[in-house]
Design a protein around this ligand. Structure first.
Ligand SMILES: NC(=O)c1ccc[n+]([C@@H]2O[C@H](COP(=O)([O-])OP(=O)(O)OC[C@H]3O[C@@H](n4cnc5c(N)ncnc54)[C@H](O)[C@@H]3O)[C@@H](O)[C@H]2O)c1
Length: 258
């Protein structure tokens, strides 16, 4: 197993973030968690320190990092996990500018802010890890949410840039790309419940991350089938677009996220 002394995780009041926190704690790490409001109760329950941090705000991210480092020491692993998704009820460009801007800030810029703050220290120490919870939608597509799809593609792109620029300096990046996971985000989503590839538990994602860290692997595929879909997309983009359009027709508008 990997050795991590100090871990900080955003968007960790529940769902995937909390499961990741519990996985790190059970592997001996000192963990800080944060969310839009301070997840104090969760922190006390699982044994993590907790902070309030709105990840769309660069100062909040800095304060979360400084606060964590004051208590747990230099961050070994930063997990950029907070995320949002908004549907397009009428057509692909239907979500409001406000939702697009929020998606951009929360799903992409939050990781830029955290890395900007942490890279100089990690470089000096010659070690560190970034984990970005992107999505299978960042490799494929979330039918019915173009803002989610576009910003999760950007999240994967930023994770690739981090890995390519800094891997040789000892700074590793891991990009988590799950399909549907049973959390608040998928509650009541008909597309997710009963999905052919399964609705995972957040703990399954944590286990996949643990294995990828142990093996120093960039891509974390809690649903391995996503790797096959991605290969098929690269092999035949035209068939991918037609197939996804057929899937959209099959789903019908009443199953798309709104
Ligand atoms: N559940 C899934 O099926 C699934 C699949 C792929 C990827 N993901 C990604 O996993 C991550 C975690 O989501 P989840 O499924 O656990 O759902 P979740 O709703 O339980 O967790 C998302 C968390 O992000 C927090 N958050 C939202 N805006 C924030 C902000 N501005 N600042 C700080 N925190 C904020 C929310 O309060 C929430 O606690 C997200 O990035 C999501 O896009 C989820």
């Amino acid at each position: 197993m990997f050795k991590a002394q100090s871990v900080a995780i955003t968007g960790a009041q529940g769902g995937i973030g909390r499961a990741l926190a519990e996985m790190f704690i059970s592997n001996g790490a000192n963990v800080s968690i944060s969310d839009l409001s301070d997840p104090k109760d969760v922190g006390e329950k699982i044994g993590a320190v907790s902070f309030k941090c709105d990840v769309s705000n660069e100062n909040d991210i800095k304060n979360f990092i400084l606060g964590s480092e004051n208590i747990n020491g230099p961050i070994d692993i930063f997990v950029s996990n907070a995320g949002v998704g908004y549907g397009d009820p009428k057509h692909a460009a239907d979500a409001s500018n406000e939702y697009w801007e929020l998606s951009w800030k929360i799903n992409v810029m939050s990781s830029v802010y955290a890395s900007r703050c942490l890279i100089p220290g990690m470089r000096k120490r010659g070690s560190g890890r970034f984990v970005i919870t992107a999505s299978a939608a960042g490799l494929l597509s979330q039918i019915g949410s173009s803002s989610y799809t576009a910003t999760k593609h950007a999240a994967v792109g930023f994770a690739e840039s981090l890995a390519i620029r800094h891997w040789d300096e000892g700074i590793k990046t891991h990009c988590i790309c799950p399909q549907y996971v049973k959390t608040n985000m998928t509650k009541g989503m008909r597309m997710a419940e009963g999905h052919q590839d399964g609705l995972l538990e957040p703990e399954d994602v944590a286990e996949a991350l643990k294995n990828s860290i142990s093996e120093d692997k960039f891509m974390v595929l809690s649903h391995p089938v996503v790797g096959d879909y991605f290969k098929n997309k690269a092999n035949n983009y035209e068939a991918y677009i037609r197939g996804m359009n057929k899937l959209k027709q099959k789903l019908g508008s009443n199953q798309l996220p709104d």
